[in-house]
Design a protein around this ligand. Structure first.
Ligand code: AMP
Length: 227
């Protein structure tokens, strides 16, 4: 995209549908921005807001860092799980100023109920681990000194141990309901996850005046409330 194109369009924020979209609405509201449309219903991928200078684009969660890094979006919101994987391939590509404290969950190792994970690790067995989060998984098991064969999957990780594709999975866990429904159990936490705001490095300079009020409002609205 040319610099001129990037400067004349409204500020563009990349978001994924579902939990991140829902939990971003109150932050936008705190910044005085209202979103009239629900992307789940309208199926639109470009969504206007009450602020003519700001529009939203709806992309897959794992594509948010890519849109922002290449400048097709000026800013975006994505989970630490996704940002970590992106940063492993594109170090320093994104400016990450604010932990929004939304869409909280954790990255964990899970196995089929009855699989003795502790014994497998103790005995030095080579584990087959299926995951979308290859970088985080590799770091985790390397730090533990556990040998693993990583199998990259793009979704439905919970299925892998049930059909013999893997001994364990590394996945995000929130309530644990998905694991329970599939007879899996979390055996190790890797890291807590929350969603963060990311900003394109060039936009931070060229569009700072427009970005700053939004970043300030997000920062204020996302502080954990002090009881
Ligand atoms: P749960 O059943 O509540 O533990 O949710 C687990 C499933 O929901 C996982 O397989 C994830 O795909 C998805 N999930 C839950 N919370 C998040 C989140 N904050 N970010 C991304 N995916 C999530």
């Amino acid at each position: 995209m040319s610099t001129e194109q990037a400067l004349t369009r409204p500020l563009t924020m990349a978001l994924s549908k579902g939990r991140i979209f829902e939990e971003t609405l109150p932050l936008l509201k705190a910044a005085g921005v209202h979103v009239a449309e629900n992307p789940e219903e309208s199926r639109k991928l470009i969504i206007a807001t009450s602020n003519p200078g700001l529009r939203l684009i709806i992309v897959r969660a794992s594509d948010v860092p890519t849109y922002v890094e290449y400048g097709a979006a000026d800013l975006g919101i994505a989970g630490k799980d996704i940002l970590n994987e992106h940063a492993a391939e594109h170090p320093g590509g994104l400016y990450q100023p604010i932990d929004l404290n939304i869409a909280k969950c954790r990255l964990a190792v899970a196995v089929k109920n009855g699989f003795d994970y502790a014994a497998a690790v103790r005995q030095g067995n080579r584990l087959r681990v299926a995951t979308k989060f290859v970088h985080a998984a590799r770091e985790h098991f390397a730090a533990k000194g556990v040998y693993v064969d990583l199998i990259k999957l793009y979704g439905s990780m919970e299925l892998a141990p049930l059909v013999g594709l893997a001994d364990a999975i590394v996945d995000v866990v929130s309530t644990g309901n998905t694991l329970r429904a599939n007879d899996l159990v979390a055996v190790e936490d890797i890291m807590p996850i929350s969603s963060r705001l990311v900003v394109n490095r060039a936009a931070l300079k060229t569009r700072y005046a427009e970005l700053q009020p939004l970043l300030d409002a997000f920062e204020r609205a996302s502080q954990p409330s002090v009881a």
